[in-house]
Write a protein that binds this ligand. Structure first.
Ligand SMILES: *Cc1c(COP(=O)(O)O)cnc(C)c1O
Length: 366
């Protein structure tokens, strides 16, 4: 059996280091916030090359806190993609704003910048691109459009920690290109905790300060609350200590994912649509997602051969029962077609060569 993801394997590799980190926290008696969390925030900021990192309880909270700290709220519209995990949309609704969906590019599955103009209204306040599957959205065009129209940009970088945008000049980390980036530390993400977690990255100290305030009950000085409707959204010390063990491995793990992706693509590109590497994006393959018109039959075939696979995502947001008011069926045809045809193959840094070859063989025998 080749599972799509193998977190037990990862823990076995790191067991002694992780166990020591957990012991350190248990013996310290400090479980929420504290020095482990502060150190992790600094290490993440250094890794991403960004001045401010604010940790919180999840990637979803990172999106909500960032939107609120950016001043997005009732009466505002936020342009985003229908082809994402639902948290992107939930965050916009949670702050009282209205999501405006634009279709995706057929080859990258990311927001299509050519369609931004048509989604613009006097109420548009921000753009929320998602770096889907670990590939950076076309940020050059998105940022230029935002600048031209005075819009804010929040990046959903939940799937893209360590991905880079290779625009003009120096490579820049995904999630550090707009006013803020929201990251998830959910266990299955490229840098995952052993529970929930997330963070915001930003170069704007006022935005970071506001997010921090909101995440701790609108309070900076204990028992003084300067914002109503804050949250209790914190990363706990055990997760921070575990993440501090894992962070130094992230670059190597992402490189391994890229090597596996390259082997998959070389072997499979004549049989089905393999991921498209864009010249401006250093893809970190959170998912390795192919496309086939008979997707469900392919998945069943793989299952019968002991190969795991998964669909990210079977429905675009506007076809979800709870989100049908956002757009009519047929209005976002590229996302709708992608949802019918995409399939993610096993992808994690601990896949062995023999497992990679078994996946390839099973796909080729379809
Ligand atoms: C995982 C994910 C989120 C939410 O992160 P959580 O930590 O699970 O709350 C948001 N957006 C995208 C694109 C994701 O993949």
């Amino acid at each position: 059996m080749v599972p799509i993801l193998d977190l037990k394997r990862e823990y076995q590799e790191l067991k002694s280091e992780i166990d020591a980190a957990i012991q350190r926290v248990l013996l310290s008696g400090g479980f929420v916030g504290g020095p482990e969390v502060a150190a992790l925030e600094e290490e993440l900021a250094a890794y991403l090359g960004v001045p401010q990192v604010v940790s919180c309880a999840s990637g979803t909270d990172a999106l909500i806190l960032a939107l609120r700290a950016m001043g997005v709220g009732p009466g505002d519209e936020v342009i985003t993609t229908p082809f994402t995990f639902i948290a992107t949309l939930e965050a916009i609704l949670h702050v009282g704003a209205r999501p405006v969906l634009v279709d995706i590019e057929p080859h990258t599955y990311n927001l299509n910048p050519a369609l931004l103009e048509g989604a613009l209204s006097p109420r548009t306040k921000a753009i929320l691109p998602v770096h889907l599957y670990g590939q950076v959205a076309p940020m050059g065009e998105i940022l230029a459009f935002a600048r031209k129209h005075g819009l804010l940009v929040l990046e959903d970088a939940a799937q893209a920690i360590g991905a880079r945008y290779l625009g003009e000049g120096q490579a820049q980390m995904a999630g550090t290109l707009g006013q803020a980036g929201a990251f998830s530390l959910y266990p299955s993400k490229n840098l995952g905790a052993y529970g929930d977690g997330g963070f915001i990255a930003t170069a704007d100290p006022a935005l970071a300060e506001e997010a921090r305030l909101l995440a701790t009950h609108g309070s900076k000085v204990r028992y003084q609350h300067v914002r109503a409707l804050g949250y209790t959204s914190r990363l706990d010390a055990l997760q921070a200590a575990i993440l501090r063990v894992k962070l130094p491995y992230l670059e190597g793990w992402n490189a391994r994912r890229r090597a596996i992706a390259s082997r998959y693509s070389e072997a499979l590109k004549h049989r089905l649509l393999t991921p498209c590497e864009m010249p401006y994006a250093h893809h970190i393959y959170h998912q390795y997602t192919v496309r086939h018109p008979e997707r469900d039959r392919l998945a069943a075939h793989l299952q019968a051969q002991g190969i795991g696979s998964s669909v990210h995502y079977p429905l675009p947001a506007h076809l979800q029962p709870a989100y049908r008011h956002l757009a009519q069926e047929g209005r976002l045809p590229v996302a709708e077609a992608a949802a019918r045809e995409v399939l993610s193959l096993p992808m994690h840094p601990f896949l062995e060569e023999a497992q990679v070859e078994a996946v390839i063989k099973a796909v080729l025998s379809f």
